[in-house]
Design a binder for this molecule. Structure first.
Ligand SMILES: N[C@@H](CCC(=O)N[C@@H](CS)C(=O)NCC(=O)O)C(=O)O
Length: 294
């Protein structure tokens, strides 16, 4: 066997020091401390639910859920979606930090019951909405734990996909074989977990489409359809046939297609609805139309 390419010139210092120059393309937003960097009041719109987010996989989970709830006829799920530009550092504004002390999208304020309530972490937001509306989470005690298990599986697994594999394969300033090998191995294992499960289940929790699908699809569906990291070939995702079938099936849902557009500020202009304040915005406020008016 050939010897892997392990660079050995780096020796960790006794105590780690923050070198801002060393942060790769996220140097401007990454820092080793928490809390706000500047004062900024968050806008509040007219709907009960105020979402502060961006159309990354973590953000899309929530906009898909809200659009699915609205499609089912839950008018209480009407929402204003405000764009949080994480590359500009909006997540460190004082108002945003008040809603999420962890400074990450998505973050939700629920104004519908008494005092406004904050919810952060996409899993908590999905669960809050599922419980609030009694939808997309089985109530049957023999099914609910399975759904919660997959929901929390996503929360624990995706950081290896995004922060591990995606970072070192796509974003790191140079390729480190050890890191890419380690995380490619783990991601392929996760893809196989999903593929084997979906061989015998239409959705993550059997025949019912739930918050578990909404949490998992934006990440793992995106890898399979080559929408993140450009790694579908490298990971040979075509071999995961059941995962591919599920990915396509979910992508075809109208609410999913709408949810993907909300707070999107990249890609084709007609697919970007940077802010959403009304259902009609999908027809009138996509970025191609906004720019045509200017
Ligand atoms: N576990 C969190 C992860 C959220 C997260 O990592 N959000 C990213 C975008 S996908 C973010 O806001 N990053 C900004 C930063 O790290 O400063 C969740 O599921 O909500």
């Amino acid at each position: 066997m050939s010897q892997p390419n392990y660079p050995s010139s780096y020796e960790p210092a006794k105590v780690w020091q923050w070198d801002n120059e060393n942060g790769g393309q996220f140097a401007s937003i990454n820092r080793p401390t928490a809390g706000p960097t500047h004062d900024k009041v968050l806008p509040v719109g007219k709907h009960p639910l105020q979402l502060y987010s961006l159309a990354t996989p973590n953000g899309v989970k929530v906009t898909v859920m809200l659009e699915e709830l609205l499609a089912l006829g839950f008018s209480g799920a009407e929402y204003d979606a405000w764009l949080v530009s994480i590359r500009e550092g909006d997540q460190f504004g004082s108002g945003f930090v008040d809603v999420n002390p962890n400074s990450k999208i998505p973050a939700l304020m629920d104004h519908s019951s008494g005092a406004p309530t904050r919810i952060f972490e996409s899993g908590a937001i999905l669960l809050h909405l599922a419980e609030k509306f009694g939808a997309f989470l089985p109530s049957d005690p023999s099914k609910r734990p399975e759904c919660l298990s997959w929901l929390f599986w996503q929360m624990g697994s995706a950081p290896y996909l995004g922060g591990g594999f995606g970072h070192f394969y796509n974003y790191a300033p140079f390729k480190i074989e050890y890191c890419i090998d380690r995380f490619a191995m783990e991601v392929k294992r996760q893809l196989d977990v999903l593929d084997q499960h979906l061989a015998n289940n239409q959705y993550m929790c059997g025949d019912e489409y739930t918050v578990a699908d909404m949490a998992i699809w934006p990440w793992y569906g995106a890898v399979v359809s080559n929408n993140v990291y450009g790694a579908a070939e490298f990971l040979d995702t075509g071999i995961y046939k059941n995962l591919g079938r599920w990915t396509t099936e979910i992508a075809a849902r109208e609410a999913v297609q709408r949810g993907r557009m909300v707070n999107r500020s990249h890609g084709p202009l007609e697919g970007q609805l940077r802010e959403r304040h009304d259902a009609s915005d999908f027809q009138t406020k996509t970025q191609d139309k906004v720019e045509a008016q200017n």
